[in-house]
Each structure stands twice: as C-alpha cells, then as structure tokens.
Design a protein around this ligand. Sequence first.
Ligand code: URA
Ligand code: SF4
Length: 251
Amino acid sequence: MAETAGESRRYRYLRAMQVDVWISRGHSPQAPVAVAVGEPDSTDAVAPPAKDDSDAAAIAAGTALAELEVVVSGCRRCELQIGRTRTVFGTGDTRARCMIIGEAPGAEEDARGEPFVGRAGQLLNAMLRAIGMSREDVYITNIVKCRPPKNRDPKPEEMAACSPYLGHQISLVKPRVILAVGRVAAQHLLGSATPIGRMRGQSYFYEKCDGGARIPIVVTYHPAYLLRSPLEKRKSWEDLRRVRQLLESSP
Ligand code: URA
Ligand code: SF4
C-alpha cells in the first residue's frame, strides 16, 4: 500500500504518544497496520460541530458558559477554595462534540487557570492528535475546579459541591461523547466504585443532561498514570478510537 501524507502524519502522532506501532508482514514500514484500519486523515476528519441548533442558541450557550466561569471564579462552596491560586473552569470549543473530563487541576493548571497544561496535558494533546483532533476541537474540564492540596484526590463532598457546575457545562456544550480520564472522574461521573481497569471498554451513558439526552461516556486511563505505566498506552489508544467511532456514528 502506498504511503499517504495522512498515514505518515498519524504514524508520527502515534510515535509522539509513544504507542508502539506494530507492522505486520506484507506491509511497508510506512503503512503501519495499527494506523491503516480506519483512522482519520485529512479527508475524513471529524465532522465540524453540528449545526442543528441555531447560531443564536450557540451564542447563548457561549455566553452562559462565560457567565458561569465568572461565578465559579468566586466560588466558596468547598474547602478547596482555600488553597487555590485560580479556578480552572474549562477550555476549548464551547460547541464541541467531545468533552474531556479529568479529575482536578494540578500545580500548573492552578497557576495558569487552564486544564491539562502540565506533563499529563502534553500527553493528552498527543493522544488527541493521534485520533485527528486537537485541544481546540474538544472541550476540556475537570470534576473539581480548584486544585486539591498536594494534588490529593478530591473528597466526595468536594466533588458533590462542585458537580453542579460540571452539570451545567455538559448541558450547555451538549457533547456527543464524554471521555472520562482517570479513576476519580470515571467513578464520580458513573456513581461507581468499579476499578478503572474494569470500567474501560464498557458502554456507559451520562443521563443527567438537561433535555434528557443520553451521552455515551468512554472511560480511559489518566495520562498521568500512562506516564508512569507506558505499556497501558495501547489500551488508551483503543479507548480513543472508540471515541472517534462514536463521533463518526453520531448525528
Ligand atoms: N489532571 C487532571 O485530572 N486535570 C488537569 O487539569 C490536570 C491534570
Ligand atoms: Fe467551588 Fe468547585 Fe472550587 Fe469547591 S472546587 S470552591 S465547589 S469551584
């Protein structure tokens, strides 16, 4: 099979993600099998944001998100307000078809006010590029908007205090797919105590969206965990391919 520009680009992205690319016999090294089976290229990129709502509705949703961000910046609903430098509300396309939900801001996110900008964020960016997407195409946020001290897990009461904000974000962005990254985010979103290794690969739905929409949730490992356990990156790559497939099959 001849190498295409799209394939070689995807190959580079997989390398950036440090996913081993397996080359089967009979394929040229430039056409890795893992990449040759239906991954995106420039001709089948993820569809642009759905135009099913009017532009007015889109503008109203953007405005509502901006207003909510101002409310959150002054929030004192839980103890995490004590140690924060800045709240970290969310970033990306407010009409995104894919919403990525992590756990909580870390040190760099707390300093910059933006989610996933540290080392884990770099890996998340590479993972997104591997499915033909970028940070700008998705909406990224966390379960809690303030950094827990010493990066401890957020407590259940802190997640409960903060989750109405996330609920509003989901209702306003109206994603077609939610990617829950890491155990804390997945367990909180799904109200489950199942270990993440058993959650990933399963079909779940977020049912609490205003208007009754059921949004598929894909669970994957946290990029910070993948930095420590690089052998698991291949599984995350499979999870991201599922995100991609769900986006392609959703209206
Ligand atoms: N980890 C998260 O879960 N969220 C961030 O924003 C950064 C690191
Ligand atoms: Fe408010 Fe959420 Fe920050 Fe707690 S974590 S103070 S609920 S914004």
